[in-house]
Every structure is written in structure tokens, then in C-alpha cells.
Ligand binder design. Sequence first.
Ligand code: P6P
Length: 337
Amino acid sequence: HAAEAQRTDLMTITRHVLNEQGRHPESRGDFTILLSHIVLGCKFVASAGEEQKKLDVLSNEVFVKALVSSGRTISSVLKLDSDTPFLSAQCVLVSEENEEAIFVDAPLRGKYCVCFDPLDGSSNIDCGVSIGTIFGIYMIKDKDNVTLDDVLQPGTDMLAAGYCMYGSSCTLVLSTGNGVNGFTLDPSLGEFILTHPNIKIPNRGKIYSVNEGNAKNWDAPTAKFVEKCKYPQDGSSPKSLRYIGSMVADVHRTLLYGGIFLYPADEKSPNGKLRVLYEVFPMSFLMEKAGGQAFTGKQRALELVPKKIHDRSPIFLGSYDDVEDIKALYASESTTA
Ligand code: P6P
């Protein structure tokens, strides 16, 4: 009977977020409405696989419209490719060229800013590798006087973050500040059901995840760290290399199995490749809430203050003890340098 009772007691993501809202009596439910619109966008992308239009273009449009129509957002920073068509006159688009955030028309303005990448890893679509949506949510400081400063906040100001991975199943991982929970889309119900409650990343893992093809450009601490993964000096077994090349998939495996994901700076890209606002911050937020940590090579990743909305940063994130090891290598380099 217990199994039957549990089976019919569906913990959907909406119910889970409502429970979380209960922890904030002052809340008027705006956050819950905002999240429900992000979830709608994720369901759309999950179902849009057969669409003719390029999936990344389609997902940009559906997230922008879902967010604006939620009436709870004030601006959203999108990673758009140059060929993304301008949407309706309702908003000014972000483009990687002209560095503008999207400011929603006054009647639909809310109090949250959402920074997101609607379809990270989209270059992997045609070969069937998992891709995903990544998002982070901030509170706007002054709704009537919105500036870019509302978006250029440190990751420590983030209220919530998450990703939705579109792979063999559709999994949404979310933290609203109190732990990390994973939900799997049940297509028959059209609902995200809680399948991974209270995710905690192992303190140490057996996997390192980096693009070894960039090895000749790495700095000394990264090179030393990877060397130690492959040829450990302490008699432990070498780590396994797993690199999918789609951040959501590599981070999701790291969160569940432990280990470390690295996208370091190198001579070609002194700030690394990954974007602060909608890749580094949301994933760092989730790692910390799951008991791991995230480091830029110089500081705690969430303490970065972005200067421009498409800023990049090197990132080392994952199991707490594994990140400690690379922090020690950077610390010793800075003392000997
Ligand atoms: P590289 C995908 O293009 C992406 O933005 C992330 O999803 C992924 O982690 C990274 O770039 C892969 O970059 O240089 O290893 O191909």
C-alpha cells in the first residue's frame, strides 16, 4: 500500500516549489509563477525535437516569450548567436555583438532578472549528444529604475539556479537556495516529477572532465593538476577522463558521480570560454548547494562581479576535495611567482 500511496502522491516541480515558497511567508507567489514559465519553456524544448526551425533559435524565442508573458521578469540576458532573428518590438534583444540586455515593457515588469542560455551545447544537436538550458535568477534592486547593474551582480546574489538537460530523458535540476533537487519529465503526465531529492555531490570523485585538446595552452597549475589525475604520486589509481563537450551533460555527471569539471583559461582564451552569467554562476551555485565548490583559478566563482553581460571566466567545479587540490596548486603558484 505504501508503494501505491507513494506512486499516487506525485511530487511535481510545481508542488515542490510551492512547498519551498511556504518557507517565505512574505512571498506573493511571483517566484513560483516565474519558475512555472521557465518549466514551460523546458517542456517546449523537450518536445520540439522534430521542429524544422533550428532548435536553438526556437528555444530562444520560446524562453523570451514565456519569461516576458510571466509578467515576473524585468530583464533576461540571453546568449544569442548573431543569426538569431530579432523578436517582436516588445523587447530589445541581447546579441553577442551589441551587449544589450532585454528590458521588458513596463506593464509586464516583475521583480526578477533571469540570466539564461536557452540551449547550451547546441552545436551537439545533430549528433544526438545531450544539450541543455541553463538559468540563474536574481532579484532586481529597483523595479522603477532598472539598469544593467541589476544584471551585473555577483553570483552570491543569485536566488535560484538550475538546468534542464535534454537527453535520453529530460531532467531538470534546480536549487532555490535550500539544497538541490532533480526532476524527470514524465511525458505521459507532462510533469517534472521529483526523482533525485536533496542531491549531494561526493566529496571526492574518480573522474576529471576537461578538453585535453587544449593542453598545450594550459597554465602550470592546470597542467600539474591534470598530470596528477593521470599519474598520481600518492599510489592512488589514475582518474578516468570523461568529456562530453556539452556543459550541462558534463556538469550533471559530475554532480551525480563526483569528480571535477574544468574549463581553464589558456593562451588563446585568457578568460576561458564559459560565460559568467548563464554558465559559470548557475553551475557554481548548484555545486555549492550540493556540497561541492567552484573556483576560477583566482577566487570563489560566485564572488566574481561581472563587468559586462557576456563576460567569460575560467571555471573549476565539482567535488569539494578535488577543487581544493587545484586551489592549492594555484595558491602555491601565486606564492612562488
Ligand atoms: P570545447 C558548448 O559549445 C559549450 O559552450 C559548453 O556547453 C561546453 O562545456 C564547452 O562549450 C565545450 O567547449 O572548447 O571543449 O568544445
